[in-house]
Design a protein around this ligand. Structure first.
Ligand SMILES: *[C@@H]1O[C@H](CO)[C@@H](O)[C@H](O)[C@H]1NC(C)=O
Ligand SMILES: *[C@@H]1O[C@H](CO)[C@@H](O)[C@H](O)[C@H]1NC(C)=O
Ligand SMILES: *[C@@H]1O[C@H](CO)[C@@H](O)[C@H](O)[C@H]1NC(C)=O
Length: 251
């Protein structure tokens, strides 16, 4: 997990400065200084002075992606339990700083409960209360005001299974994500790294099903109630039971 976060951090810096040549990579690595505890203490105190986590940044672009780790089909309740890492990246100009004034600190990890976070949630949750259940893992914050949060989460989505007639047939499950309160003008929800699929590189296929494909689309909808656009990111995942799994489950 640590390696994952660091890899993300490095990739992320690369993405931020797409023009940078590969030669600059070492420099960028070196620039990810955390400084020392005295610098960080002063920095966090200064950043949070006058900051109100209850107030959202203006017109905030939010990148959102999913890493699927594991999933379990609950055929009888037409639900899918998924274990994921969500990847959420945004910008908060209130949290910028000049590294030179803080002993060269370029990046810090902060308690996720101290900052404003996008309220992106799973709309087709099968659990009406805990729509997405995440560990409040730390947030990575760069001096540019860029923020990345990668919480590990459990979620249960509604998914209609048809396994009685066709135990090995293809099943499609959907995950619809959107902000719970912000319209598209206040929060511009986009795909993380422009990726219109679920990242399966960390999937541990212990469920007895295989993932055949994933797709995703960004929808901008208008409702009769309000003039503002509402954005959702909807991921489709097609799965199929692995041969032998049903046999295994009978004995
Ligand atoms: C972004 O996507 C490209 C492929 O489209 C991939 O090569 C790159 O590693 C991804 N970057 C991150 C940070 O995920
Ligand atoms: C999944 O996890 C189990 C237990 O940790 C491990 O033995 C197995 O090799 C993993 N499978 C894959 C495909 O990574
Ligand atoms: C996801 O599935 C729904 C329902 O079948 C379909 O309407 C939608 O176009 C699909 N989206 C993508 C991106 O495949």
């Amino acid at each position: 997990m640590k390696a994952f976060i660091i890899a993300f951090a490095l990739c992320f810096v690369t993405v931020r400065d797409a023009a940078a040549a590969d030669d600059d990579l070492d420099e960028m690595k070196a620039s990810l200084s955390q400084g020392n505890v005295i610098d960080r203490t002063r920095l966090v105190a200064d950043l949070l002075t006058g900051y109100n986590k209850g107030v959202n940044p203006d017109a905030v672009p939010v990148q959102f992606g999913i890493n699927l780790l594991d999933f379990t089909v609950r055929e009888d309740s037409n639900a899918l339990d998924s274990y994921v890492w969500l990847k959420i990246v945004w910008q908060d100009d209130r949290l910028k700083w000049d590294a030179d004034n803080y002993g060269g600190v370029q990046v810090i990890r902060v308690d996720s409960n101290t900052l404003w976070k996008p309220d992106v949630t799973l709309y087709n949750s099968a659990d009406p209360v805990n729509m997405v259940n995440c560990w409040d893992s730390n947030i990575l914050l760069w001096s540019s005001g860029k923020i990345m949060w990668v919480p590990p989460c459990k979620m249960t989505s509604r998914c209609k299974f048809d396994l009685k007639k066709q135990p090995y047939g293809e099943q499609m499950c959907t995950f619809k994500f959107g902000s719970w309160t912000f319209d598209g003008n206040a929060m511009d929800l986009q795909f993380y790294n422009k990726t219109t699929s679920i990242d399966l590189t960390e999937l541990n296929d212990s469920s007895g099903f295989e993932v055949l494909s994933t797709t995703a689309e960004r929808n901008v909808r208008f409702y009769s109630c309000c003039p503002d656009p509402y954005i959702d990111l909807t991921f489709n995942m097609t799965i199929r039971r692995l041969p032998g799994d049903e046999l295994f489950r009978k004995f």
